[in-house]
Design a protein around this ligand. Structure first.
Ligand SMILES: Cc1cc2nc3c(=O)[nH]c(=O)nc-3n(C[C@H](O)[C@H](O)[C@H](O)COP(=O)(O)O)c2cc1C
Length: 187
């Protein structure tokens, strides 16, 4: 086991307004898999003040940073220090939740400054209708990761609607353990 100073960091962003919902349950499973091997940080996007990207293009020139003074500045520091970035989002209309999309839009500085290059990206997505409907969302994040020079470590999707439905779900737990193995292999 690594000593804490040398541990790599997984930053998990939960894009569900339900703190005890299915996305959070999937994040908990990932935390259980990674505990002791990675430093873990869980962020609830609905608690964080993230403004819309206004396409001011200030991040495309000069210092290549976003000038908007909101909580995203703290998230940028966390992303800069992270080794693995995990987006957990419920499926909303075949896409990510609004909070997850807000954060994705604000990753635009990294398009030019390449600050996320080489880091891993993974996804956790619960959906009422199950995995087949998550394809567009997975593709969106996969292509965005490629554009940012990130390693796409994979996605776990799960069929769930009500809170608590994934508790003790062995199939989802197994898939998340495998995702974690894939993350560690890529690091
Ligand atoms: C606004 C909204 C849109 C949704 N759209 C979809 C959808 O397109 N497909 C689907 O399978 N489930 C959809 N759902 C259901 C959620 O994805 C599902 O309940 C999920 O488990 C919620 O995760 P959470 O408990 O982490 O919030 C939607 C839910 C909401 C609130």
């Amino acid at each position: 086991m690594s000593i804490i100073g040398n541990m790599k960091t997984i930053e998990i962003f939960i894009g569900s307004p339900r703190k005890n919902g299915n996305t959070a349950a999937m994040a908990d499973m990932l935390c259980s898999a990674a505990e002791g091997e990675y430093r873990l940080s869980v962020n609830y996007l609905y608690d964080i003040d993230i403004s819309h990207c206004i396409d001011c293009r200030r991040c495309l020139a000069g210092k290549l940073i976003c000038p908007i003074a909101d909580d995203m500045q703290l998230i940028y520091s966390k992303l800069d220090a992270a080794d693995v970035i995990v987006f957990g989002t419920p499926l909303y209309w075949y896409g990510p939740s609004a909070a997850a999309k807000l954060m994705l839009d604000r990753l635009r500085p990294y398009y030019r400054n390449k600050g996320l290059k080489g880091k891993s990206l993974a996804l956790l997505i619960p959906a009422a209708d199950g995995p087949p409907d998550c394809d567009l969302t997975i593709e969106m994040f996969k292509r965005s990761a490629a554009l940012l020079g990130m390693k796409f470590a994979g996605a776990v999707t799960a069929k769930a609607f009500d809170i608590g439905e994934l508790t003790g779900n062995e199939q989802t737990e197994k898939a998340i353990n495998e995702l974690f193995t894939g993350i560690t292999a890529a690091e």
